[in-house]
Design a protein around this ligand. Structure first.
Ligand SMILES: NC(=O)C1=CN([C@@H]2O[C@H](COP(=O)(O)OP(=O)(O)OC[C@H]3O[C@@H](n4cnc5c(N)ncnc54)[C@H](O)[C@@H]3O)[C@@H](O)[C@H]2O)C=CC1
Ligand SMILES: O=C(O)[C@@H]1CCC=N1
Length: 265
């Protein structure tokens, strides 16, 4: 049976493990985390705990890296001797490239890069995925099926894996901040914030479905809501005045710049 192991069982590692364990994938899942309480919590899902980073890498065919990028170099140095050219390393660490992983293990390491997002915790993740040279079609299909156990996955060129972070990895936080603005407004005009949150959240769900399923472009969708002389145009005028799209562009560029900094650590 294929052995998949997780180095790191925090928010993202646990979300993926729960996705796999609730799916019909016939694989053996193991994990190592410095925090043993996290491993104990996962044992209810059938995840086998390991006692060290090296024990995990030695026993597994696929190793999913789910520690923070800042500690990854040290973790890879610890396990380097256990990494062989037949193992596949799947990394979800923001900013980390295949070259970084190879420089801390072996030059021929097989690497798949993934940029997931937190909605994975509900099985609604959106992950970008890419493979470095040397990874076979079969190995890549397996890695993709692991990620698809908790949402959708889209292949992205490997040299765009830092640029994509803003679009799906970090964007949930940007969307939550946008939601906060609407709920704060509702409170300020004496509308129940719980009702406002439900209405705004459902508006996000519905708008997301319109984006993917209506067959209309983003501009057409905006126009459809904007009655001439109506309320939407009055609101949109303020967003254009505040240069919302320029701010989003700056936000995405700051995300990407930080990813390139993390890649150097
Ligand atoms: N949180 C997010 O929205 C996203 C996070 N990511 C990436 O996922 C990775 C994990 O992030 P989170 O799950 O949010 O962080 P987290 O802090 O929840 O999990 C990291 C885990 O690594 C463990 N750890 C630390 N040193 C370790 C070691 N030597 N061996 C084994 N485990 C060790 C910690 O105890 C912790 O449980 C990061 O690299 C991040 O860039 C990617 C996309 C989205
Ligand atoms: O903030 C971060 O670095 C990670 C990557 C994408 C979302 N969270």
């Amino acid at each position: 049976m294929t052995e998949l192991g997780f180095l790191g069982a925090g928010n993202m590692g646990s979300a993926i493990m729960r996705g796999i364990c609730s799916s019909d994938m016939q694989i053996s899942v193991s994990a190592y985390d410095k925090d043993t309480a996290k491993l104990e919590a996962l044992s209810a899902f059938g995840v086998k705990p390991c006692k060290s980073e090296c024990e995990l890498v030695k026993k597994c065919d696929y190793i999913l890296l789910a520690v923070k990028p800042q500690v990854l170099g040290g973790v890879l140095d610890t396990v380097a001797e256990e990494v062989t050219h037949d193992k596949v390393i799947i990394s979800i660490c923001a900013g980390i490239s295949e070259d970084f992983i190879r420089s801390h293990t072996i030059p021929s390491a097989k690497v798949v890069l993934v940029m997931p997002n937190t909605p994975m915790m509900l099985g609604l993740g959106a992950s970008a995925i890419s493979r470095a040279d040397g990874v076979t079609d079969e190995e890549f299909a397996f890695a993709k099926s692991v990620i698809e156990s908790c949402g959708i996955a889209e292949e992205v060129p490997i040299n765009k894996m830092k640029e994509i972070i803003a679009v799906n990895g970090s964007s949930p936080a940007f969307i939550y901040l946008f939601a906060k603005g609407f709920v704060d407004y509702a409170k300020s005009v004496d509308i129940n914030p719980d009702a406002a949150l439900k209405l705004f959240a459902q508006s996000l769900v519905g708008s997301a479905k319109m984006l993917t399923d209506s067959g209309m472009t983003v501009d057409e969708l905006i126009k459809q809501v904007s009655s001439p002389g109506g309320t939407t145009i009055a609101g949109l005028d303020k967003l254009y005045e505040g240069k919302l799209t320029d701010t989003v562009d700056e936000c995405c560029k700051a995300c990407t710049a930080r990813a390139y900094e993390l890649a150097k650590k």
